[in-house]
Every structure is written in structure tokens, then in C-alpha cells.
Design a protein around this ligand. Structure first.
Ligand SMILES: Nc1ncnc2c1ncn2[C@@H]1O[C@H](COP(=O)(O)OP(=O)(O)OP(=O)(O)O)[C@@H](O)[C@H]1O
Ligand SMILES: [Mg+2]
Length: 283
């Protein structure tokens, strides 16, 4: 059972090695990388390629570790008791399973893939609070006095955008992989996967401009894979000729449809200034 990328996902050699190492070690795979470099989609594709179910736990700033295990729904219980509902006598009726529980419970040989997406969004204590549960793949439910244990260890993929440092004790338990920004060859493959048969010249011109753009110093937010894909889609929809992106002309103007690539006004201003200066020099 090895992950080798899929027809929808271009996995570099080092990424495949990392995924398979984490599976062998039965440790969570911690994936970092710039926004839009395919971290979330990676988990989906691992599940698909190994024929496993994907359970996604998307973390927000307010998410607590306990929510991944279970929550006790006291409000429903109170309401049922007021209505005289029979359910009220069994506390188990008010235990709401979390994503970890769901993943531990999967039956048979088929442990699912559990994606804990954007772990760095949560409180700094969040990763520490999950150490035991992810290590031992079990936890205790006080209300019902039962221990929930995974019959098969799920494959755990954790993504982070580096908004917060993760604690050392947590890092020790993970296998780590940083998705490096794709080089032009890999990017060509990724584009081909999304837009099969796209005009080669358009891609070549667009990639030139795109990588030049990423090299401009002082950009607040460099455009990444997902922005490039959006931009190409627009270029195709508008039927723009590849020549419109030619370096000579493009340098003296902000790229067409730049709203797909530049996501804040400072960066747009920066490009307008650069274009203005290039035009002056060219005179
Ligand atoms: N290696 C790849 N192969 C195919 N598609 C890719 C690859 N890398 C990125 N993409 C595409 O880029 C887009 C963004 O990917 P994804 O949402 O997984 O990024 P992310 O790293 O999770 O970003 P964020 O940190 O913002 O959540 C998706 O449409 C995905 O299909
Ligand atoms: Mg993501």
C-alpha cells in the first residue's frame, strides 16, 4: 500500500517518500508549505489513491481539542428532561462524537485518512492537548465511562501554514514534510492535470511572467499554485493570445487579469510603479 500520486495530483518524489514514511512509522504526517501548494488536496488524494475514507477536521481559532473527541450536549438533555422524553435517562444519547472518534471507529481493515487541516489556526495549547490521543489512538469518555480505542490506526495528515509555532513535544511525534514551491517542470505537470491540452505557448508565457512576478522583492503576498490555476483559467476564458503576456510588453504594464494573482492593493501599487518606471526607461 504505497502512495504514488494520482491522476489529479502531482506528487514529487520527496513528497511520496514522506507520505509513505509516515504511513510506515504510523505517525502523523505534518505538512507545511505556502498557501495554495496543495496541502489540503494532498490528504484527499491520499485517501482516494489508497481507497480509504477521508475524515476532515477543519480547525478554526475557536476549535478546542476536546471537540475532536466528543462533546456533551447538555442543552438537548435539559430540553428532553423538560419535555419528559425517555431518552433523558441514558446519558450516552447526549454524547456527540468528534472527528477523532469517527476516525477511531471505522471498522475492519479499513482505517480512514484523518485530515486535521490548519492546526496552526487553533490556540497554542491545541496540539499539546491531542498528544496522548494521537499517540495512543485512544481516549476515555467520562460521562459513559468507556474507553474508545482505534482498532486500526488512521493515517493522520496535519497541515499548517506556520501562523504559530508548534510545540516540540508535538513535533517529535510527527513525520515532517515541507512542500517546496513547485519548479517550472512540476508546475507544468500540475497545469496539465488541471487543464489537459492547454495551449503550450500560453502556459510558457504565463509561467515566465508568474515566476518573474514571484521574484519581485517586496511583494506582500506571492501568488501561488492555486492563483496561477485561476489566472490561467481566466486567460483561457478571455482567449488572450500568449503574446499579450510577452515579457517585453508585460514589463511595461500590470499583467492582464492581475486580480487573480495579486491580492492586495500594496502589491498592485508596487506593480504599477514598476511598470511606470519600466515605461520611462524604455522611452
Ligand atoms: N501538486 C499538485 N497537483 C495538483 N494540483 C495541485 C497541486 N498543488 C496544488 N494544486 C492545486 O492548487 C489548489 C490549492 O490546493 P490546496 O487547497 O490543497 O492548497 P493548500 O496548501 O491547502 O492551501 P492553504 O494553505 O491556503 O489551505 C487546488 O486546486 C489544487 O488542486
Ligand atoms: Mg488548505
Amino acid at each position: 500500500m504505497k502512495f504514488q500520486g494520482t491522476e489529479n495530483y502531482v506528487a514529487t518524489e520527496d513528497l511520496m517518500v514522506a507520505v509513505n514514511a509516515a504511513i510506515t512509522l504510523q505517525r502523523p504526517l505534518l505538512v507545511k508549505g505556502e498557501p495554495g501548494t496543495g496541502k489540503t488536496v494532498l490528504a484527499e488524494e491520499i485517501a482516494k489513491s489508497l481507497g480509504k475514507k477521508l475524515i476532515t477536521w477543519s480547525i478554526k481559532s475557536t476549535t478546542r481539542a476536546q471537540q475532536g473527541l466528543y462533546e456533551y450536549d447538555a442543552v438537548s438533555r435539559l430540553r428532553d428532561s423538560q419535555l419528559g422524553d425517555e431518552r433523558v435517562h441514558h446519558i450516552g444519547n447526549y454524547i456527540v462524537k468528534g472527528k477523532l472518534w469517527e476516525a477511531f471507529e471505522a471498522e475492519g481493515d479499513d482505517a480512514p485518512v484523518l485530515l486535521i487541516d490548519e492546526i496552526d489556526k487553533a490556540d497554542i495549547e491545541f496540539p499539546n492537548d491531542l498528544l496522548q490521543e494521537l499517540d495512543r489512538m485512544e481516549f476515555f469518555v467520562y460521562e459513559t465511562q468507556e474507553t474508545i480505542k482505534a482498532t486500526n490506526r488512521p493515517i493522520v495528515i496535519i497541515t499548517s501554514n506556520n501562523e504559530k509555532e508548534l510545540p516540540d513535544a508535538f513535533l517529535r511525534r510527527c513525520f515532517f514534510h515541507y512542500i517546496r514551491f513547485p519548479d517550472a517542470d512540476t508546475m507544468n505537470e500540475i497545469i496539465e492535470v488541471h487543464y489537459p491540452g492547454i495551449q503550450k505557448r500560453l502556459v510558457a508565457e504565463a509561467l515566465n511572467l508568474f515566476y518573474d512576478m514571484r521574484d519581485v522583492s517586496g511583494l506582500k503576498k506571492k501568488p501561488s499554485t492555486s492563483e496561477l490555476l485561476d489566472w490561467l483559467k481566466l486567460l483561457m476564458a478571455e482567449d488572450l493570445p500568449p503574446e499579450a503576456l510577452r515579457a517585453k510588453d508585460a514589463k511595461t504594464a500590470v499583467p492582464p487579469l492581475h486580480g487573480a494573482l495579486l491580492k492586495n492593493e500594496q502589491d498592485v501599487h508596487l506593480f504599477e510603479r514598476l511598470a511606470f518606471m519600466a515605461r520611462r526607461e524604455g522611452r
